[in-house]
Design a protein around this ligand. Structure first.
Ligand code: DGY
Length: 319
């Protein structure tokens, strides 16, 4: 029997699955586990099931010890994990691609609709108790039909967002390291372009690339200036892909029309310059937050951990 540390609460079905084979130590606290407590708990663990709020770096791996075999992240993004440090120590790191694609694309499309149709402003107005009545020019937004969606990062979530946007009548362009499957490009009518062109021609730019050194502040003042002043930026990927101070300035000065954010540069903090702006929709990292999706993520992470602990290949290793 091995010892598995789970760094925060996850759906019970996944804990039961792990407990059927191993000793499982779950952090049940209402707050995220403190670094100190985490370093203490992982000592002697054979497996760690990690949440994206916990940094898995050389210090943590060494605190666990040389018997550690697997770090199973309950997220598709793995910018919280130092993968080379895992590899150097012979620890297999895994993530949860696929199972949260639709939920996250739903949130991207929701943000596109909320930002372009000014839904947050309307909701806040009603709740404020201020007087309002229907008017020809009251809270006018922008239509999506015939507009262009620029998808940055055309993996599974980018493609799922494009598919939804196409159903709303949008044209699709994308920027990606490689061409997507021609059959999918054909189905979506999607054309691959460079980032400069994408920014210049898109009415909505939606970010779906992974975060890392290559994508840190991929969207900064220069890129925001290259967008149409009628365009919207949506980020459901990772906060630091966008220079939040530059975004707040661009939104304040009307250099772009609006934005929808589910993730933040210094999450859970939100840049104070964004909080007072009406033309930005702010969600608290809800991309994968459905009961079904979180259960599927936790089960996949548990399966990955169990596979490695029994000497098998996990379904979704991080390469
Ligand atoms: C992920 O899995 O990377 C998501 O951000 C979680 O919501």
């Amino acid at each position: 029997m091995s010892r598995v540390v789970v760094t925060g609460r996850i759906p019970e079905a996944a804990i039961e699955k792990l407990r059927a084979e191993h000793e499982v130590d779950v952090w049940e606290g209402p707050e995220s586990i403190s670094r100190e407590e985490l370093l203490r708990r992982v000592a002697g663990a054979d497996g760690i099931v990690s949440l994206l709020t916990e940094r898995v770096d050389a210090e943590l791996l060494d605190a666990a010890g040389p018997q550690l075999k697997v770090v199973a992240n309950v997220a598709v993004g793995y910018d919280n994990i130092d993968v080379p440090a895992c590899t150097e120590r012979g620890v297999i790191a895994t993530n949860t691609p696929g199972v949260l694609t639709d939920a996250t694309a739903d949130i991207a499309l929701s943000l596109i609709l909320m930002a372009t149709r000014r839904l947050g402003e309307g909701e806040r107005l009603i709740r404020s108790g201020e007087a309002w009545k229907w008017g020809m020019f009251f809270l006018l937004g922008s239509s999506l039909q015939g507009k262009t969606l620029g998808v940055v990062g055309m993996g599974g979530i980018g493609q799922a967002t494009a598919r939804r946007a196409k159903a709303f009548g949008m044209e699709i362009v994308y920027q990606s390291r490689s061409e997507i499957d021609p059959a999918i490009a054909g189905e979506l009518g999607a054309r691959r372009v460079e980032l400069d062109e994408l920014l210049a021609i898109s009415d909505v730019v939606s970010l779906h690339c992974p975060y890392g050194p290559a994508t840190h502040h991929l969207i900064g003042a220069e890129q925001l200036a290259a967008m149409k002043d009628s365009a919207f930026l949506v980020n459901t990927a990772r906060g630091p892909i966008v220079d939040e101070a530059a975004l707040a300035a661009a939104l304040r000065d009307g250099r772009i029309a609006g934005a929808g954010l589910d993730v933040y540069e210094k999450e859970p903090q939100v840049h104070p310059g964004l909080l007072g702006l009406d033309n930005v929709v702010l969600l608290p990292h809800l991309g994968s937050a459905t009961v079904e999706t979180r259960t599927a993520m936790a089960m996949l992470a548990a399966d990955n951990a169990l596979a490695v602990l029994s000497g098998e290949r996990p379904a979704t290793p991080i390469r």
